[in-house]
Design a protein around this ligand. Structure first.
Ligand SMILES: [Zn+2]
Ligand SMILES: [Zn+2]
Length: 399
């Protein structure tokens, strides 16, 4: 296949600097493909990357094309790739971030998302230096290279690509809210924290049959708690002043809602506040599961007594990576519809506004209350009526 032509791609050259550039298209071999990117989700990792985190591992003079949550249509595909992936030109897919080697112990035992890669740089889309040909390793571009080791999932034409761009967040919701804790029909699930990942746990847990599903958040997150209800939460709890100190305020409110029955599963996705770990321990039933997903900025949990884990016979499980099954179920959730997942996407931005997209998600744009932010190389591809670009939700955030 001819490599004539160029792609428009965002290149990160240094911390906080994104440039829109033209990069040459590669020849596509029999095991490879080219993706016409329709939408690319962004998350906290993009914010860290934008701040320069990746240069620590790939070197300060290694520009790269960011974007690891891409959705698009197959623009070109080699004959063997078409057979292996059961795809044809024009098919819509989402691409998992990981680009596994296929040979290491983690890959061989099905944990390819933990694959350390086969070189000294991270093998994940959006993280590979542009000096590695063909440079188009990220979703912040209108065309992106698909390596033979890519993990792709077909998405039906009927799904809005901007909604499909929530697949990464939803996959985390499936992994943390269902797969890892083993959530079953009728389980009581409590989600501490109403951010993007916490909200994503809601439709996932509901799809698994969990009932009730209760989400907690701060008063400043009221609009996100309302969204949680729209996504299937059976109740929400607003943490009051002083409730964040692990003093039992939030657990008391949650247990009041359940009639005193403790939760089967508590998922702590609250970032930076270590005291929610204590809340989780109070809310969970003996023998239940506490999932720790929110990073606390290295802070210890004040007053944490490990005896409580022993006496209650708890499973306390940390999670970070997201596995293949969760990606597959997330795509199925998106495909099934039924919940207003499009409401997770509060902002869309064109390719040339990638920096603004990241600043918005990072909370650096007063007056915006972002949940999920999506980059769309072709803004005309947004289905009218589903997403309103750059919406400012009615409830203002705290400064
Ligand atoms: Zn991400
Ligand atoms: Zn591997």
């Amino acid at each position: 296949m001819s490599g004539a032509g160029t792609a428009n791609a965002v290149l990160q050259r240094s911390p906080g600097r994104l440039d829109l550039v033209e990069l040459p298209l590669p020849d596509i071999g029999p095991d490879e493909a080219l993706l016409r990117v329709e939408a690319c989700g962004i998350c906290g990792t993009d914010v860290e990357q934008y701040g320069g985190a990746l240069f620590d591992s790939i070197g300060p003079t290694s520009p790269f094309v960011p974007g690891h949550e891409p959705v698009g249509r197959i623009a070109a595909i080699g004959a063997r790739a078409a057979r292996r992936w059961r795809l044809a030109e024009g098919d819509r897919v989402v691409v998992e971030p990981a680009l596994p080697c296929g040979a290491c112990r983690d890959c061989r035992t099905g944990r390819y998302v933990l694959c350390a890669g086969w070189d000294h740089y991270p093998m994940s889309y959006g993280f590979i230096p542009a000096k590695i040909p063909p440079a188009l390793w990220g979703g912040f571009a209108d065309l992106m290279y698909l390596h033979p080791n890519s993990v792709v999932h077909r998405v039906p034409d009927t799904v809005d690509p901007v909604v499909a761009a929530t697949f990464n967040a939803l996959a985390a919701g499936v992994e943390w809210g269902v797969e890892v804790p083993g959530t079953r029909a009728g389980d009581c699930v409590v989600v501490l924290g109403a951010g993007q990942r916490g909200l994503a746990c809601v439709p996932a847990a509901r799809a698994a049959g969990a009932d009730p599903v209760i989400v907690t958040g701060l008063a400043a997150d009221r609009h996100k708690l309302d969204l949680a209800l729209d996504l299937g939460a059976t109740a929400v709890v607003v943490a009051g002043e002083g409730d964040g100190a692990g003093d039992g305020g939030v657990p008391a409110k949650v247990l009041e809602l359940t009639g005193g029955t403790p939760a089967d599963v508590v998922i702590d996705v609250a970032s930076h506040d270590p005291t929610t770990v204590l809340d989780a321990m109070r809310i969970v039933r003996p023998g239940g599961t506490v999932i720790l997903a929110g990073l606390k900025g290295g802070k210890p949990v004040p007053g944490w007594v490990s005896d409580d884990v022993v006496i209650k016979g708890l499973r306390v499980q940390g999670v970070r990576a997201v596995g293949h099954t969760s990606f597959r179920r997330a795509v199925a959730l998106i495909e099934a519809g039924g919940r207003p997942l499009h409401r997770l996407v509060t902002h869309t931005f064109a390719l040339q506004d990638a920096a603004e997209a990241i600043e918005t998600l990072a909370g650096n744009r007063p007056g915006t209350a972002p949940v999920s932010v999506v980059i769309t190389p072709d803004p005309d591809s947004i289905t009218p009526g589903t997403i309103t670009p750059n919406t400012v939700p009615p409830t203002p955030t705290h400064p």
